[in-house]
Design a protein around this ligand. Structure first.
Ligand code: DGJ
Length: 351
């Protein structure tokens, strides 16, 4: 073998060793189980930064959208309540095939520092983004809670994109049907009709607003539900033909008891079922607050859901963590959320 061939063989071997080594490093770093309350790292090794978020499943990939919180947490004085905040930086997006390992796709909606009158100026509030896909328009539609620093605006902002990873174009904000809108979520029914659930009437009453066919505005039909019950952080899902709403009470960034409610139709009458959390600290939602319930794809109608909670750290909001837990049917046929400090998808197989 002449020297040139020997050099090529050695280089190929070296490249192979490097590849195998980096593959094994990647394997070691892979998340293998959910660890609620622990720092959750993305595929680049950075803490996942997507708070108050929602998940979209599209063409074999999950997308996680959330509030991207960085910088100092400050306390706004003279508002009469504990108004901790960080400046708005934007809405982040992560993608995943397995719900455990998430790749950062960047900020899909960015703050607008150059215009102090803009809804997305850093001095404002941008919370609880949710994205849904409109099959007719082929657009990805984001709704979020848009507010002044003192939460006096109480509006919903809408942005659209041609792709799940953005960039989203901001269309503006409004009060749905002229009513206040703070904590909010979106729900698309099997017939393609979409609804916004929002804490309205100064967080006293939940409004369920039906959306226009393109999902970018309310269509004028809405109902008032949970009247005077101060529900926040709504997360809506459908199971076995019935509609469920998980929500929190209204205590700022501090935890309180979760509540599950059920209805036979989205805009129909809702019946409160009580607290679905089980185990230690279940009366405080394990120190979390609901944000989304993910229907896990894979097996048809098998009732596998993951419930996503935020564990807010009000004095250091960027260090807020996540609590993802399985939703299961308990022995009495009721939906429950048992606490687990560590679990993986095989948990569902054991049920
Ligand atoms: C509770 C809400 O659920 C959060 O999204 C946030 O708005 C805080 N209140 C602010 O105190």
């Amino acid at each position: 073998m002449n020297r040139k061939i020997l050099l090529i063989v050695l280089s190929v071997c070296f490249w192979g060793v490097v590849q195998t080594f980096s593959q094994s490093v990647r394997e070691q770093k892979r998340n293998r189980c959910f660890q609620p309350k622990e720092v959750w790292y993305d595929t680049e090794g950075n803490p996942i930064n997507a708070h108050g978020g929602g998940i979209l499943y599209h063409k074999g990939t999950y997308y996680w959208y959330g509030e991207y919180k960085t910088g100092a947490t400050t306390l706004l004085s003279d508002v009469g309540w504990e108004c901790y905040r960080t400046d708005v930086t934007g809405i982040s997006c992560y993608s995943s095939k397995d719900l455990l390992n998430w790749t950062f796709e960047g900020l899909v909606l960015k703050s607008v520092p150059e215009d102090s009158s803009h809804d997305l100026h850093p001095s404002q509030v941008l919370e609880r983004p949710k994205v849904i896909y409109n099959k007719a328009t082929k657009k990805f539609v984001m709704w979020a809670h848009v507010d002044y620093a003192d939460y006096g605006k109480a509006a919903a902002g809408v942005a659209v994109s041609d792709t799940p990873t953005g960039p989203f174009t901001y269309m503006g904000s409004f009060r749905p049907n002229g009513e206040m809108s703070r904590d909010q979520t979106l729900f698309v029914d099997d017939d393609g009709t979409a609804y916004q659930f929002s804490s309205s009437e100064n967080n006293q009453t939940m409004h369920i607003n039906r959306l226009t066919p393109d999902y970018t505005a309310p269509d004028g039909t809405y109902v008032r539900r949970f009247v005077g019950m101060s529900r926040e952080a709504p997360a809506v899902f459908k199971y076995d033909g019935r509609y469920y709403m998980l929500s929190s009470g209204c205590t700022g960034w501090d935890p309180n008891q979760a509540e599950l409610a059920v209805a036979d139709s989205v805009m129909g009458e809702w019946t409160v079922l009580g607290n679905p959390c089980r185990g230690v600290d279940s009366d405080k939602t394990f120190y979390g607050q609901s944000t989304y319930v993910i229907p896990v794809q894979g097996r048809k109608n098998d009732g596998r859901f993951i419930v996503c909670f935020d564990m807010w750290n009000k004095k250091d909001l960027p260090d807020s963590r996540y609590i993802w837990l399985p939703l299961v049917m308990d022995g009495k046929g009721a939906l429950s959320i048992p606490w687990q400090s560590e679990w993986d998808m095989t948990f569902f197989d054991r049920q």
